[in-house]
Design a protein around this ligand. Sequence first.
Ligand code: BDR
Ligand code: CA
Length: 322
Amino acid sequence: MPVPLVIDTDTAQDDCIALLVGLLDPAADLRAITMVAGNLGFDQQVRNAFATLFVAGRLGEVPVHLGARRPLVREAVDASDVHGDGTGGLAAELAARHPSLAAAAPAAEHAVDALIRLAAEHSGELSVVAIGPLTNIALAMLKDPEFVGNVRKLYVMGGSNNGRGNITAAAEFNFYVDPEAARAVFRAGFDVVVLPWDPVTLRDAVFDQPVLDRIAALDTPLARFFTRVCAATLEFDRRVGIDGTTHPDSLTAALALHPELVTSAGRYHVDVETAGELTRGYSAMSWGVHTLEPNATVIEKADAPAFRHYLRTLLSRESAVS
Ligand code: BDR
Ligand code: CA
């Protein structure tokens, strides 16, 4: 049976590929896309989500719900210096050519209400894949005390396992943007699985040039979409010493559907720094020696070749629009 799923996203670059996972993998029953402030200006993120739906041939089939336009208590921080518009200009080009895409409209229901409703409708069955700041998830659990118990599993892309950050030395972007939300979520009692930036993304979810070339050679509409969308960040990645494009969001979506992509994981007590002067958003992942009760499963290693193969296979499908 396909897994009922919501993807909560700040859609730019790899978020788009994570949406393709939810939209095209037959193992997924993507019930909704919920939007949260993060990578880019909010409205651009929404345009990117619609462009992805369009390219997947699923525009109008999966609703897009607008959520929090800023973090719980802080000013919004984005990463438009890294992502540009998040699609290498493709979202605007497609909208200019396709009136149905230009006219796409979000659902009337707020993202937080959609999360609450879907979790209640699929109580004990809904998986939530959160690949942006955790603002919407925190708001849903504050609004509905049943939300935590109704969600089967919460998959989070965020933090580092006591390692390097990417927006500061200490913090990964999603936790940095809304550390109060992240802290609240880890203290709430979800069955939560975390895919960190360091070491797992940096080791198992970077696509170097030969991998990117093999994807480009597929020459399907989806592979062309991937190449265009991901090319936008390649220059930035290389400048900061990463030899390729990074795919933590799509890996998180993929492993929610295919747990065998995880080759090592541990139970940790995860908490997020909200007060530090230099360490805002730092994720303290305590591995059991500090007498703290575990509250999360942290992925330690993923099957990188299997993940690359998985995405290549997904992108080799012809059934999409260009
Ligand atoms: C995370 O930040 C975003 O820029 C990416 O989409 C990913 O979710 C990595 O730190
Ligand atoms: Ca993201």
